[in-house]
Design a protein around this ligand. Structure first.
Ligand code: GLU
Length: 418
């Protein structure tokens, strides 16, 4: 399967949104070009004494509305176009939820599971020191993404702090609680997905408890979304991980499945409750359900499987799970897509809470963080929905239009330097 150029896709969506709102190119042209792109080579001494060099990136797409913000992706398929696209998506995501951040993204091109923990630590520290000149609490604040977690953020914080000579928690978010992380950050993206799914159902006048949901991906985002939506009374009929998935038309026992996954490196292919059927990831996408939540990687919904999708609503928990072609096909069939830049913004919202706490040396209760998340996500949902209704367009363009207005207003007021 050929991989789409994600940055080209972003540009097409951007131009289309501008066309819908009749915005002349001059007003938004700066958003077509990332402000800064850094490519670094990262030598790593492996545990066996050999040396390997990996590619790393940090792209700051825009700092119009605040410091760059966005995760570090550690994955064997990371390339500069992916990182540019993901950085641009962060610019729009932060504008949609109205945070005082711009958009950035980083990446290291390696499969982290092929490295030992000590190799991963050395590579993370080397990467941090290579991008150190362009990151900082007021410049660009990294966070976790696919393949990275709180441990990696703790090493980033430590490396940055050691170089500066004093502890600087606010340089990175998604840290462990003991290193200055925020309560609620780990669950934030999945909690945001749940809030947005509930809001979508409310707007459609549907009861979440009547909904059958299929979730692709049982990483942090997928498993928290499954747990919370199950708690809200929805029927989770299918879930999957890299090894494959499970299906039960009467609803899966999510707490038991999560318990199984959490009890070590357990894969769903080895789960057996005697009633649930084993399905492939391809079958999960085609599952008979009402809501499909792709929570794994990009490009999972393509022209090849879009027409087989039975769900009437798709909530994009992953970044870029739907190809441009599939997006058109689904739209023409009336399938409603809640776009990634709105749906999965919960992570960066609580990253903002973490950054604010770090800067002020204060600690918020988990309830306060969750309330803030709920308030921001609900407001953003309503604004995107309203924007889509006003411009008579789908929610993806409604979301881009909302962000474009905010970004171009800031640009107009700040003016062009020099
Ligand atoms: N990687 C997450 C995202 O794509 C979180 C970014 C952040 O918290 O800065 O939204």
């Amino acid at each position: 399967m050929t991989r789409e150029n994600q940055y080209e896709n972003f540009l097409k969506f951007l131009d289309k949104a501008a066309e819908v709102m009749h915005m002349p190119q001059d007003e938004y042209i700066i958003l077509k070009y990332p402000e800064r792109e850094l490519k670094v080579s990262l030598p790593l001494k492996k545990d066996d004494g050999s040396v390997q060099v990996y590619d790393g990136y940090r792209v700051q797409h825009s700092t119009l509305r605040g410091p760059g913000k966005g995760g570090i992706r550690i994955h064997q398929h990371v390339d500069i176009d992916d990182v540019k696209a993901l950085a641009a998506m962060m610019t729009f995501k932060c504008a949609i939820v109205n945070l005082p951040f711009g958009g950035a993204k980083g990446g290291i091109c390696v499969n982290p599971s092929t490295l030992s923990i000590t190799e991963l630590e050395r590579l993370t520290r080397r990467y941090t020191s290579a991008i150190l000149p362009i990151i900082g609490p007021e410049k660009d604040v990294p966070a976790p993404d696919v393949g990275s977690n709180s441990q990696i953020m703790d090493w980033v914080m430590d490396t940055y702090s050691m170089t500066k000579g004093y502890p600087i928690q606010s340089v990175v978010t998604g840290k462990d609680i003991d290193v200055g992380g925020s309560l609620g950050r780990k669950e934030a993206t999945g909690r945001g997905i749940t809030i947005i799914t509930q809001q979508m159902m409310k707007a459609l006048d549907k009861d979440i408890r009547q909904m059958r949901i299929a979730i692709q991906g049982m990483g942090n985002v997928g498993s928290i979304s499954a747990t919370l939506l199950h708690e809200k009374g929805a029927k989770i009929v299918a879930v999957s991980d890299v090894s494959g998935g499970l299906y039960n038309k009467n609803g899966l026992d999510i707490p038991v499945i999560i318990g199984f996954i959490d009890s070590g490196k357990r894969l769903l292919k080895d789960y057996d409750d005697g009633v649930s059927a084993h399905i492939t990831n391809a079958e999960l996408i085609r599952t008979d359900c009402d809501i499909l939540i792709p929570a794994a990687m990009e490009n999972q919904i393509t022209a090849e499987n879009a027409d087989d999708i039975k769900a009437s609503v798709i909530v994009e928990a992953a970044n870029g799970p739907t190809s441009k072609e599939a997006d058109e096909m689904l739209n023409s069939r009336g399938v409603l897509i809640v776009p990634d830049i709105l749906a999965n913004a919960g992570g960066v919202v609580v990253s903002y809470c973490e950054w604010v706490q770090n800067i002020q040396s204060i600690i918020w209760e988990e309830d306060d963080v969750n309330h803030m998340l709920e308030r921001i996500m609900t407001r953003a949902f309503n604004e995107v929905y309203e924007s889509a209704v006003n411009y008579n367009c789908r929610m993806r363009y409604g979301a881009i239009i909302l962000a474009l207005k905010r970004l171009t207003n800031t640009f107009k007021k700040r003016g062009m330097y020099p």
